[in-house]
Design a protein around this ligand. Sequence first.
Ligand code: GDP
Ligand code: IMO
Ligand code: MG
Length: 419
Amino acid sequence: MGGFAVVGLQWGDEGKGKITDYFAEKADCVVRYQGGNNAGHTIVAGGKEYKFHLMPSGVVQGKKVVIGNGVVVDPTVLIDEIEELRSNGMEPDLMVSDRAHVIMPYHRMLDGAEESLLGNKKVGTTKRGIGPCYSDKVARHGIRMGDLLEREALAEKMERIMPIQDKILGIYDMKVDPEGIMEEYLSYGERLRKYVDDTIYYLNSIIDEKAVLFEGAQGFLLDIDYGTYPYVTSSNPVAGGICTGAGISPKKIEKIVGVSKAYTTRVGMGPMPTEEKGEVGDYLAKRGHEFGTTTGRKRRCGWLDMVALKYACMVNGVDSIAITKLDVLDGLEEVKVCVAYEYEGKTLDRFPSSIKILEKCKPVYETLDGWDGSKGVRDYTALPPNARKYVEYISEKLGVEVEIISTGPAREDTIVAGS
Ligand code: GDP
Ligand code: IMO
Ligand code: MG
């Protein structure tokens, strides 16, 4: 047994929830290792649609689910998700790391205030307080889930950090009531007490015997180190983030599956070389229902970007990929794929670190014939020949096996290679 992972290779919303749910059937435990409720993962199973922001997607398969130390937890959201599962007759078998940092009300306030100050240069965050919470973690001013379990520990922590928070909030003419916050968060601690534990010892105690699936949130191009900085999130969705975000040795991760849509989407600001602002973009947005799961914002859409995808496969070290939403390309006469960038007369085959350069990159496209009728197909040989050619083209260009092709939101709309 051992660890295996599902990670997003683009700017998020690749369909990680669906692919995690698929693999969760074979897993004993499903773990989130980074991000927070900025994520929105959708699973469609048994004719029902589930949307999770914090809860690992394996919960729909009734598996043990773990929120690792690298996640930032908004307890109000976690409590809501637990309640929602209960109202659907499911009792989550959940463990939350005592080291996971807590999103406090002032984190949400600061997220909004910083974005307003940035004006048209804003990141376009989800305003869930993710960035400010990770900033406090790194600055050593954070509150952790374990702190919510003990009045004295929380009081001591808050006494230490509130003078700093007060000053920071003061810059934006904002104030909070520390006493009120403390009582409120102690009450969340009480409600979540039975789930909070040392997940690091737990995961290491089972990983050799059991199948542990790590579920990425966000996508590689939103990674704080590898993405389009500063238009990124504040954590490491990259597969390497599993080690720090769950307390697992890299030696224990045996397989990494990268998830990519058959095209590209992005929510929020920042460069996206293959963005299509006209008819094609609208077609993809409409057919793909490209509206954010978390904020409802319209996602920007465009052709598949192989320069970005190759970079993502390299750094994540993916063993195979899952291509989702192939059906969304149905009905197009031709399908384009970006194979390089043109920048100031030069051809680039590497994803640049500078967004100033990336913003000026023009995609170099190869064009393939389109197809119709892939929606809901569950057998590789039943796919339209041009759709198969597209999949094989991607696999060949990346030098990576395509393990899964998804042709619809439902669990059953899934083609598994070799089956
Ligand atoms: P995640 O954040 O990576 O888990 O992805 P989201 O759930 O935010 O967005 C993916 C959306 O596409 C969801 O609404 C899914 O139900 C839907 N979806 C997933 N796979 C497919 C597919 O193959 N075809 C279609 N049409 N929709 C899909
Ligand atoms: P899932 O897990 C798509 C984007 C935001 C913004 C940037 C920073 O569903 O793929 P943040 O609130 O994290 O500080 O915002 O990151 N973003 C996502 N985009 N899917 C997500 O999650 C995202 N989580 C954050 O839109 O551009
Ligand atoms: Mg999403």
